[in-house]
Design a protein around this ligand. Structure first.
Ligand code: UTP
Length: 410
């Protein structure tokens, strides 16, 4: 039995969200039922946190964490690569594509992976990623399971796009989709917006819930059955992304770390990337907007900036360690966003400017839950071409230039 109207009222009153039922009387029977079910399923406990947003990002004592740098990697490249390839050949490595985001900055209604970065031919973001993964498949001589996280908002479009394109040559039985959770989106006072008269505004709850969502989708049993011990988690928007990189995997295994994170040397002290560090003695990430002047100016023993390595959203996690932490809550991040909503007359609007908050968990916070993490330096020009915007920094334009430099025909 679903939630009754009076139960819904009671829940909404408790959280000061009674306005959600403003149009209830005008809805059809099916719409009413859908709204009651949504009210029932929505976590409203998290919303009050927007009143003390500053407290959410409070950090412990920050100290530098040493990074495995290029010179050390070069010395051991062959050895690390052998170890990584062995793990891949034994089927111990899987890859997780985080593609549940809305990509609002890019401004396309389609999933970001469907964006065509080609100029004289079609070359989609998904295609770039699958091409890169396929290189490793060829090198290892066997396929790697690829888990793709989508959300309610983009799942169907993503699945049908990849099917239509024959998974860009990847074996379909090695591709597994799962959906992430959604969270309510609110105005600056924490009041949930209505997206339609019978539907609250929701948005994907951040990329941090990926393992929990895999678990809910029954995929942990699959990992265990297949003997997958390592998951390489990566973002959809970096078209130069090296996936299941044998050298990175081998280095993490050889250093006996339960996690690894690819990092690049920052190109400016205030570059908009999170930096890897220690927090209260455990690996952690400080986001660019949390970086203090003191951290920006700190130097290590060699006179180099002490917090000089930014994350590129490419992590390796040991699955036993993931299971160990999977019951622990991740901190909440409250982010300003443009949220589609209804105006005073009940007409739908797509705001041009941010108008409220999204509630998210982030994968970078999992680093702090790990008992150890190897920061692994990669060459920025070869491995980091994120597409966040249409033009300018981290854009389609800058990514095209980097793809060309890496010999990819556009
Ligand atoms: P971004 O932080 O760039 O967020 O995601 P976004 O929502 O896609 O883009 P904007 O901010 O609206 O422009 C980094 C990675 O995390 C994934 C994205 O798909 C991307 O690969 N992600 C983000 C999710 O899988 N789920 C989310 O809820 C958010």
């Amino acid at each position: 039995m679903g939630m009754t109207l009076s139960e819904a009222k009671e829940k909404l009153e408790k959280y000061g969200q009674e306005h959600i039922l403003k149009y209830y009387e005008t809805l059809s029977g099916a719409e009413r039922e859908a709204l009651l079910a949504q009210i029932d399923a929505t976590d409203m406990d998290i919303l009050e946190a927007c009143r003390h947003r500053e407290e959410l990002t409070r950090k412990g004592a920050i100290t530098p964490l040493s990074v495995m740098q290029l010179s050390e990697i070069e010395k051991n490249r062959a050895d690390f690569t052998d170890t990584g390839l062995k793990a891949i050949r034994e089927g111990r490595v899987g890859a997780v594509l985080l593609a549940g985001g809305m990509g609002t900055r890019l401004g396309s209604d389609d999933p970001k992976g469907m964006y065509n970065v080609g100029v004289t031919r079609e070359l989609y973001i998904f295609e770039c990623l699958i091409n890169n993964l396929t290189e490793v498949v060829r090198q290892a001589g066997n396929y790697i399971h690829l888990f793709v996280m989508t959300s309610d908002k983009n799942n169907d479009a993503t699945v049908s796009f990849l099917r239509e394109h024959g998974f860009f040559g990847y074996r379909e039985d090695y591709v597994h989709f799962f959906k992430q959770e959604m969270a309510a989106a609110t105005d600056y006072e924490g009041r949930i917006y209505l997206e339609e008269k019978g539907k609250m505004s929701t948005s994907p709850n951040g990329n941090g819930g990926w393992f929990i969502s895999m678990k809910k989708a029954g995929l942990i049993t699959f990992l265990q059955k297949e003997g997958i011990q390592w998951l390489n988690v990566f973002a959809v928007d970096n078209v130069l992304q090296r996936i299941a990189d044998p050298c990175f995997i081998g280095a993490t295994i050889q250093r006996s770390c339960v996690a690894g994170a690819k990092v690049v040397k920052k190109n400016a002290p205030d570059e908009k990337v999170g930096v890897i560090c220690l927090e209260d003695g455990r690996p952690s990430v400080v986001e660019y907007y949390e970086l203090t002047d003191e951290m920006m100016n700190a130097r290590d023993a060699d006179g180099e900036p002490a917090y000089n390595f930014g994350l590129i959203l490419n992590y390796l996690f040991n699955t036993d360690e993931l299971l160990r932490i999977s019951e622990k809550n991740l901190p909440l991040h409250i982010v300003e966003k443009k949220i589609p909503c209804l105006d005073g007359e009940g007409n739908p609007v797509k705001p041009e400017q941010p108008n409220g908050y999204k509630y998210e968990n982030l994968v970078l916070d999992m680093i702090h839950q790990m008992s150890g993490c190897l920061p692994f330096e990669v060459v920025r020009e070869r491995e980091f071409a994120p597409i966040k915007n249409k033009t300018g920094v981290d854009s389609v334009e800058s990514a095209r230039e980097l793809l060309r430099k890496n010999g990819v025909e556009l």
